[in-house]
Write a protein that binds this ligand. Structure first.
Ligand code: NAD
Ligand code: GLY
Length: 362
């Protein structure tokens, strides 16, 4: 195995698992200790397979390794494509002792994880995330699922992986738009819980956008540490974990409005965080100076400032009404009490919300 840069644990009792972060890990890490039986099914897509499938196949010495290659894209995060994983498992006669391996970004991770949660009432799986967004967010914490035409990630399950293997070298082949999308979630951790990380991000944003390896590894480590901490405190999102959704209520509305895959998830979250910061300022919690600080950092990451041109306040209200955080029809939003301290509230002033939506819709 190559030298491990760093390792973290997601502390969940008997369901605890390591996050291994480093350069040169793909192809040099023996993952067979994380496989219970003798069968492995690698789930990937037709973009990632030519880049990394051969490398990961060699990580399971002594195991029978099969693969299923799905079409690439958020629009394929659906029942029909999910069923192709079940087809492959059944056709290759995978038993309850099989282990699924998600090789790809968040779409593959969420779908492979959900397939693992359902197949024969649940089998283990391994996350090998290859986008920045999946390395800092979706591969950690056990949220899995698919989209429904009426709402994003509406069908799913909590199912924790056996291990998360993050090879930072995979980011070198990632399109710059996807790097920016991942940086949205990185910035999120600074905003919700770690203002010293936010300071660090302000001085390293140019290096991160330029894919400087050391800075990326540090940002991934600090992001995973923050997420692991929150997940360990509130695995099933009884309360605290919802702060990980800063910007996501506005963001999911944008993604659904634009059509899955048109706006990247991270891009929508970036704009959503700017809108959440604006609303936090209107609610009198953060200053306008804080708002500008947040907006500047998000824009430096290469993310959009405003929602799609044709989106109206009414579109936002209609789409936000199906957010998973809502309880008994009441809209719940994540706002900033101060920079580095997020909370969930159902008590947003409707006038302030209308002003934010009015200010951001064209
Ligand atoms: P993605 O999975 O669509 O990947 C983005 C693109 O990059 C795809 O075209 C993919 O094929 C390609 N790609 C992946 N790795 C590559 C590499 N190393 N080099 C070149 N191209 C590569 O998108 P994403 O941003 O990784 O994930 C978004 C998804 O994650 C959304 O569906 C979102 O809902 C979900 N998500 C889930 C959680 C969670 O907690 N489960 C959290 C955040 C986001
Ligand atoms: N990405 C939000 C969560 O994992 O809870």
């Amino acid at each position: 195995m190559s030298e491990i840069f760093r390792e973290l644990t997601v502390d969940l009792g008997e369901r605890s698992y390591p996050i291994i972060i480093g350069s040169g890990l793909l192809g040099s890490t023996d993952l067979s200790p994380y496989v219970v039986g003798s069968q492995v099914m690698i789930v990937t897509n037709d973009t990632v397979a030519p880049l990394y499938l051969d490398k990961i196949r060699s990580s399971f010495p002594g195991k029978k390794v099969d693969t299923v290659v799905l079409p690439d894209g958020e629009k394929f995060k659906d029942w029909q494509t999910l069923n192709r994983i079940f087809d492959a498992l059944l056709e290759q006669r995978h038993s309850r002792k099989t282990t699924l391996v998600a090789l790809g970004g968040g779409v593959i991770g969420d779908m492979a994880g959900f397939a693992a949660a359902c197949y024969q009432r649940g089998v283990p799986f391994i996350q090998v995330p290859t986008t920045l967004l999946s390395q800092v967010d979706s591969s950690v914490g056990g949220k899995t699922g698919i989209n429904h035409p009426l709402g994003k990630n509406m069908i799913g399950a909590f199912h924790q992986p056996q291990v998360v293997l993050i090879d930072t070298d995979t980011l070198q082949t990632l399109p710059s738009r996807e790097v920016s999308a991942g940086l949205a979630e990185v910035i999120k951790y600074g905003l919700i819980r770690d203002v010293t990380f936010l300071d660090w991000l302000e001085s390293h944003m140019d290096a991160l956008v330029g894919l400087e390896a050391g800075s990326l590894a540090e940002a991934i480590y600090r992001s995973c540490a923050c997420k692991a901490d929150v997940v360990a405190l509130d695995e099933r999102e009884g309360g605290l974990r919802a702060i990980l959704n800063l910007g996501h209520t506005f963001g999911h509305a944008i993604e659904t409005f634009a059509g899955y895959g048109t706006w990247l998830h991270g891009e929508a979250v970036g704009t959503g965080m700017i809108m959440a910061a604006d609303l936090s300022a209107r609610e009198g919690m953060i200053s306008r100076e804080d708002y500008r600080r947040i907006t500047d950092l998000i824009l430096r990451a290469g993310l959009p400032e405003r929602p799609p041109e044709k989106m109206t306040p009414q579109d936002f209200m209609r789409l936000m009404a199906v957010d998973k955080k809502n309880v008994d029809g009441a809209l719940r939003l994540v706002l900033l009490r101060e920079v580095g301290d997020a909370f969930v509230t159902a008590d947003t002033d409707s006038g302030n919300l209308a002003e934010t939506l009015g200010a951001f819709c064209h």
